[in-house]
Design a protein around this ligand. Structure first.
Ligand code: NAD
Length: 245
């Protein structure tokens, strides 16, 4: 039976690469963006597997619940939820705003929690190997200058993963995270394009290069698989070795 997977924030970047990695396993997919236009993502993935696009704003509770309900309706059931949609709105410390704080926490933390709640509520009794994967960051552990809102939101993702793992274990639901390092996506493009930034970053990465989105997909497929049946509450850092430095 094919795995049924819903991935938030998955028309570009890391979410798209996670969807593509699942597609190669034959999983049936629902991808998502807050935008109406999926940039052809569902059609591209549809050449590999069954793939539906559901537009929903994951920064609201109603959006998170609506996305999970619509994804379940499209596929008939959901085995895996990947909470991935995230944003980065930090400026330098003196210019930080309430709007940036609220928008970041609404999407990076609140959306993850309420999508997880909706996923759990709709599971059938005895459903095999249900799991939730949340995209954290190396910033869940390591602080970066002028990144206090994002870093605290990703620190919250680390505790969300640990808490939900403990809370949901008795229901047979595993909860894990993936902590990407520096990955080249639309989110990071501007920073990486700043003169001198990429080579400076690459000097700090033991594997010597910025990551690509498809460096991440395999970790998600593994964490959702029966091979990871005894793994819960973990954040798997996929960072070229940065945190080991
Ligand atoms: P991205 O900007 O390339 O992709 C974000 C996706 O989320 C897009 O599909 C976008 O349409 C969607 N999205 C944005 N706002 C949304 C909303 N309100 N509701 C639903 N969907 C929404 O970003 P990315 O770099 O691929 O980041 C994905 C995740 O990885 C984020 O949680 C980010 O914090 C995390 N991350 C990224 C990096 C990196 O270096 N790129 C590093 C560590 C962690």
């Amino acid at each position: 039976m094919s795995q049924c997977v819903a991935i938030t924030g998955s028309t570009t970047g890391i979410g798209y690469a996670i969807a593509e990695a699942f597609a190669h396993t034959g999983a049936r997919l629902v991808i998502n963006s807050h935008l109406a236009d999926d940039s052809g993502a569902a059609a591209r993935l549809g050449k590999l597997t069954e793939c539906h696009f559901v537009q929903a704003d994951l920064s609201t509770v109603a959006g998170a619940q609506g996305f999970v309900a619509a994804a379940r309706a499209k596929l008939g059931r959901l085995d895996t939820l990947v909470n991935n949609a995230g944003t980065y709105l930090d400026t330098n410390f003196d210019d930080l705003t309430e709007v940036a704080f609220d928008r970041t926490f609404d999407l990076n933390v609140k959306g993850y929690l309420f999508a997880a709640q909706a996923f759990v509520k709709g599971l059938a009794p005895g459903q095999e190997n249900p799991s939730i994967i949340c995209t954290g960051s190396t910033n869940s552990l390591a602080a970066e200058k002028n990144s206090v809102i994002y870093d605290t939101s990703k620190g919250a993702v680390l505790m969300l993963v640990r808490n939900l793992a403990v809370t949901l274990a008795e229901r047979g639901i595993r909860v894990n995270g993936i902590g990407p390092g520096i990955i080249e996506t639309p989110l990071s493009a501007k920073g990486l394009a700043t003169p001198g930034v990429r080579p400076a970053l690459e000097r700090q990465i033991p594997l010597g290069r910025v990551g690509m989105p498809d460096d991440i997909g395999g970790a998600a497929v593994f964490l959702a698989s029966p091979a990871a049946r005894y793994i819960t509450g973990q954040m798997l850092y996929v960072d070229g070795g940065i945190l080991a430095n």
